[in-house]
Design a protein around this ligand. Sequence first.
Ligand SMILES: [Zn+2]
Length: 252
Amino acid sequence: MLTLKNKIVGRQRSSRKSATLGTAPSEEHMYQTLYNAIVEHHLPPGTKLPEDALADAFSVSRTRIRTVLQLLSRDGIVELQRYRGAFVAQPSVKEARQVFEARRILESGVIPVAVRRATATDVQRLRKMVKMGEEAVRVHDRRATIKHSGDFHIQICDLLDNAILTAHLRDLVSRSSLVLAVYPPSGAMVCDAEYHERIVNQIEAGDAAGAVAAMLEDLEAAERGLALEDQGKASIDLKRVVTQLSLQRRSA
Ligand SMILES: [Zn+2]
């Protein structure tokens, strides 16, 4: 994710004029606009993302749109299908449930070891991460909320200093980020900060059983909150969505 972001930010901004926005949007801007449109459900799972319509919406060339779609695809948010083009990724409800089941099994095994290993500094770092997550929720930044929530779980796993486990959890976390993105929870929450605070409290108290219970509660609540149902395929006015979101971001 960091590498991806660096790649986008590192790209040169074009000075080409855009009819919609005054100046041609950067790839970072286009990436974020589409990412937000997906996680905020303006573009539901399975929506086709035609290059020409997006190029028109952003007033940029199809080549630049293709680059942005490739970046979104590397992030798992968009699926590129040969001869068919780009679509908003659509993990099935079954896959979504499997991701959370795998996380419950892995993380309930990880956390008792993390409880034994955690130092006062580790606990402090985790508390700081909970605060960052709370702040992201407060400013309604869903992208940051999903990211901080995933980072919190990975940080706990990191306490085991086991690269294999961390790699597995990273994979599961990015899959659940996608699930959270395409089946957004009904409320504003991804992982409720309260649950994360409870987990940290149990780690600090050295209570392994309590920490396992708090972890399972957190993951179960996250899964319960998801809108896991098949989404209808309404027709989407890409240009309207892009223009609205671009304007929102500019005035934010
Ligand atoms: Zn959580």
